[in-house]
Design a binder for this molecule. Sequence first.
Ligand SMILES: Nc1ncnc2c1ncn2[C@@H]1O[C@H](COP(=O)(O)OP(=O)(O)OP(=O)(O)O)[C@@H](O)[C@H]1O
Ligand SMILES: [Mg+2]
Length: 301
Amino acid sequence: MMADIDDLPVNPDLSDETFDGEYTIVIEGLVNRFGDFAVHENLDLKVKRGEILGVVGGSGTGKSVLMRSIIGLQIPDEGTIEVLGKDIRAKEDDDEIGLRNRWGVLFQGGALFSTLTVGENVQVPLKQFYPELSQQLLDEIAGYKTVLSGLPAETASKYPSELSGGMKKRAGLARALALDPELLFLDEPTAGLDPIGAAKFDELLRELADTLELTVFLITHDLDTLHAICDRVAVLADKQVIAVGPIEELMESDHPWIQEYFNGPRGRVAHAGSQRPKGAGASAKTTGPAKAIDKPAAGGA
Ligand SMILES: Nc1ncnc2c1ncn2[C@@H]1O[C@H](COP(=O)(O)OP(=O)(O)OP(=O)(O)O)[C@@H](O)[C@H]1O
Ligand SMILES: [Mg+2]
């Protein structure tokens, strides 16, 4: 049964008192189980409007399941999830439809429909939500999104099998942007790309997020990405979000997994190469003096 948000225990360490903007996603007390196996237990997370939030965690810690929960594909066993001010479980009315055309998703693996061209792939969500659009307009929008995603215009008429890995990711991004979303979910978008391709994708993402004022939920293993474009990073471990904050602050955490991940050899190299400013999405950032990591209390499991 779903508890009223006001009835749920508030984790004091999650409230960021220096932040007075809006939260685009608010997750409280999330529990996800598969049989007897709990992936998430009492997980809390808030995503600020306009930020790029990096989500990290070991393989199998439940990053993809978390994303699926937020977009309503995985029904949680307990807890509440609010997206853009609406309860994601309010399935019975039209709210869900009202939400689904306000976000774009690039799933892990980024599967495009192989029998459709890139342009037709981008048109899939458009047709779903706006069946009245003329073919000419669909083609125009698909072409625009293709170019917006950094692909040559003629890519719209190509099939996925004709594209490189990096181009496929961009085509997936174009499809995720089809509906002019406010919110973008990306699950490992740069996995499998060479470092230069990955860096270019990161740059594009940062630029799009800033110009289109997107909030981005970005699951990644890529330490360079975390340093280069993420405003904050959330760490999944022990079935919860154990810490969330700017990466520089996370690196000071004494949690062993965080230490090993961010301050291990690969982490240090990524940090050394990251001395560049992040995006201009300043409105979403914490204002005032930097707060220590928003670290949930040691409760739970
Ligand atoms: N539909 C499902 N049925 C049963 N178990 C599942 C299902 N989906 C996910 N799981 C399990 O939940 C756990 C978390 O899976 P998830 O895919 O979220 O991991 P992840 O953090 O995204 O890992 P990776 O970094 O490898 O992508 C795993 O143990 C997985 O086996
Ligand atoms: Mg995953």
